[in-house]
Design a protein around this ligand. Structure first.
Ligand code: CTP
Length: 473
């Protein structure tokens, strides 16, 4: 099959000329070829494989580009990378690999094209297109990758046990590709993932999370999360999530399967077209406190009191273990989980404006995300209930919008600063300044005074005098 149409970029012609010149065959291989055959827009990074030294070819290619690009050389791996038209082009020499049992770092030796294709994870990733004069554009497919693409199957090029045991990250990749492309993992291959699941422990957390995040960011993350669960990988990576699985029944009272519910919430968030990875993490973990707070109360049934609070307290440990970012991002996920039920609790006609103002004040610019999470959290199959819950949230959103327009709480900054207080009363920093500031904040949130300087100033004078301060003359 000739695929010259995949080679529209000038870079392929440059590689062709250079390969000829230095007498090293070259091919474009991997994700670029796969995505082209899948009809995906191809602006992605390019992998150029050469039978010989990758660094040598990269240096030659760079001479044909104006201005001459910088080459990043990775001597240890024998690879080189340069940028052309905002595209990263990686040059690698064909190699064969073998692995130590305790490491996913291979021992590398130079090899032939086919040996290189064979060492790649899946047949659909082993496809190559020739950039050489005698067969320019020809698809080189010794392992049936093209047929697997058509059949939407993920098949390993080697025996699956070898592929996954050599580089256990590939178990995550299999599930990620299966989720992104909606391809089936070959049955025997999935069995092999189950068998080799514990090998994931030799992979760095960063790599695991890289793949995990791609699953979370896909159109239907539940596909990947279910596969992770069925393979046994999820209970190694995130046991807090798998412990949500299961339904218990007692005295005719049943609770829902909180794991299945979580998967639906994640899919709902994805449908909302939110691409925020951290909102997806918040959705993923929003119920993890439930396994710790589950209780059976006679006459009432199953309860999960304070699960949002307990769940939010579990976040730092999980983030540390998985090497997820700390700081603002972790705080955001904690905050979302802690407050995940608050909007629903505010859905009552008699809810006061001040309660809504407090929610706005606590959530600030994250209020929209919290509402998205609440909508995604509605997973009842009962259409009448579902519509009612959604309507209620829309009514609440309307109240939030109106209050925000009037009182501007989201970006609230006290109209009176600590310095203002110290100047007016001619005092040094002390605890009372904080008391006055909090009093002003609470009065605004409770709607006792409007959110503006004059009213806050008068209140400051009154409270200051009550605390024994005297206004400077
Ligand atoms: N590869 C592999 N085993 C891995 C990682 C990568 O065999 N653990 C091979 C595959 O042939 C892959 C190529 O290296 O196609 C390039 O890897 P990478 O750029 O990470 O993945 P892509 O397949 O290009 O896909 P994506 O960019 O979606 O990750």
């Amino acid at each position: 099959m000739n695929l010259s149409s995949a080679l529209h970029s000038k870079i392929f012609h440059i590689v062709n000329i250079c390969s000829n010149k230095i007498k090293q065959e070259s091919y474009v291989i991997g994700g670029y070829v796969r995505d082209f055959l899948l009809g995906k827009k191809n602006s992605r990074d390019l992998d150029i494989l050469t039978i010989g030294e990758g660094i040598r070819l990269a240096k030659e290619v760079s001479r044909y580009i104006i201005p001459i690009p910088k080459i990043q050389v990775f001597k240890r791996f024998g690879t080189a990378m340069l940028e052309y038209n905002n595209q990263k082009i990686e040059f690698v020499g064909a190699r064969r690999e073998s692995y130590h049992f305790y490491s996913r770092k291979p021992i590398i030796e130079l090899g032939s094209l086919q040996e290189d294709q064979k060492r790649r994870d899946f047949t659909i990733n082993s496809l190559a297109i020739s950039l050489n004069n005698d067969n320019y554009g020809e698809l080189i497919d010794p392992f049936g990758g093209m047929l697997d693409l058509k059949k939407k199957i993920l098949r390993t090029t080697l025996d699956s046990d070898i592929t996954y045991s050599d580089d256990p990250l590939r178990m995550m990749r299999a599930i990620r590709f299966s989720t992104e492309l909606q391809f089936m993992i070959e049955k025997s291959s999935f069995k092999s993932i189950k068998k080799n699941k514990n090998r994931i422990n030799i992979v760095s957390k960063e790599r695991i999370i890289d793949e995990f995040n791609k699953i979370l960011l896909s159109k239907k993350p539940s596909i990947g999360l279910s596969l992770l669960y069925k393979s046994g990988l999820l209970s190694i990576i995130l046991p807090e999530l798998t412990s949500l699985q299961g339904i218990e029944e007692l005295n005719g009272y049943k609770h829902k399967d909180n794991f299945d519910h979580t998967l639906q919430v994640i899919d709902n968030i994805s449908k909302e077209k939110s691409n925020s990875i951290w909102l997806r993490w918040a959705a993923l973990l929003h119920d993890i406190g439930k396994s710790h707070t589950k209780k059976f109360v006679p006459e009432i049934g199953w309860t999960f009191h304070s699960h949002e609070f307990v769940g939010s307290k579990m976040i730092p440990n999980i983030f540390q273990r998985l090497k997820l970012p700390k700081g603002m991002i972790m705080k955001y996920v904690k905050k979302m989980i802690k407050n995940s039920y608050r909007p629903v609790a505010l859905i009552k006609d008699e809810t006061s404006d001040s309660a809504i103002r407090r929610l706005l004040f606590d959530m600030r610019e994250d209020i929209e995300d919290l509402i998205k999470l609440c909508i995604a959290d509605i997973t009842t199959k009962n259409k009448e209930k579902k519509d009612r819950y959604k309507r209620n949230i829309f009514v609440l959103m309307d109240r939030i919008k109106k209050l925000e327009e009037r009182d501007r709480i989201k970006n609230w900054k006290s109209p009176i600063s600590g310095n203002d207080i110290m100047n007016v009363f001619n005092v040094h920093p002390c605890k009372k300044i904080g008391i006055i500031k909090n009093f002003i904040k609470d009065s605004i949130l409770e709607g006792k005074i409007p959110n503006e300087f004059n009213s806050a100033y008068l209140l400051m004078l009154k409270k200051g005098e009550e605390l024994g301060f005297k206004k400077k003359q």
